[in-house]
Write a protein that binds this ligand. Sequence first.
Ligand code: NAD
Length: 260
Amino acid sequence: YAERFGGQLVLVTGAASGIGRATAFAFAEAGARVVAVDRDAEGAARTAEMARLIGAPEAWGEAVDVSDEQAMEKLAATVAAEYGIVDVLVNNAGIGLTGSFLETTSEEWKRVLDVNLWGVIHGCRIFGAQMAARGQGGHIVNTASAAAFQPSRALPAYNTSKAAVLMLSECLRAELAGRSIGVSAICPGIVNTNITATTRFAGVSDTAEEKRRQRKASRLYGLRNYPPEKVADAILGAVLHDRAVVPVTPEARGVHALSR
Ligand code: NAD
């Protein structure tokens, strides 16, 4: 995608790690100016620094928790004033949570929905309004998951958050189509990132039990080795070709086909 995004301003959330970082780099390589947003300030700054080395004419790191509506409003105002209106927004920040429905506490449900769902809603609403007001089009990409198509016993809160992200993306796509603003939902299967290492286990207080479950989960995740760079490529492709729902990884394509 060399130079395909030259002159464009791209904002990626969850850009300190995994899919978000790979996406920031891919847009940098394609010539975009990049805003790397993450609650991890140091990681966001590092992504920005590397993005400049890779080819972004300009890149900035911003420390923001996407679930914090006021912080997102402030981010949007700062970015608009200092760097310009965002052409491509990638709402990618997300957290995992393993644990059965009945084991998951309401606080744990809230935290997952606050980040994975509300973080995306804030991004779409606040930056989408800026794009619409400018009247020159744009694109919003939301990282959902293959978990949006297929229920599981292991990750019910996560599944629920991602199904909601898929639906809100399709609703927003219909609403913004007339304004030349595309909306895409990216739905990866299992990708080799830190999320598997940082996923918390609901309802587990005993550390020995937690360790056992983490070993089991990492064995499961270890079966797959899909690189985040390929998800980043799918994200750039979704923007360039204005794709609505994009399953990425073989198992995601499989469950997507079965769900229709
Ligand atoms: P990751 O843990 O490597 O990266 C996630 C990043 O998001 C981290 O840098 C983290 O600090 C940041 N983040 C988390 N909560 C945040 C918040 N409240 N505010 C700002 N930043 C926050 O994981 P990843 O696999 O790259 O995940 C990226 C997205 O892809 C997530 O939405 C995830 O659900 C989705 N996804 C991942 C997989 C997979 O197998 N890795 C599969 C499908 C979907």
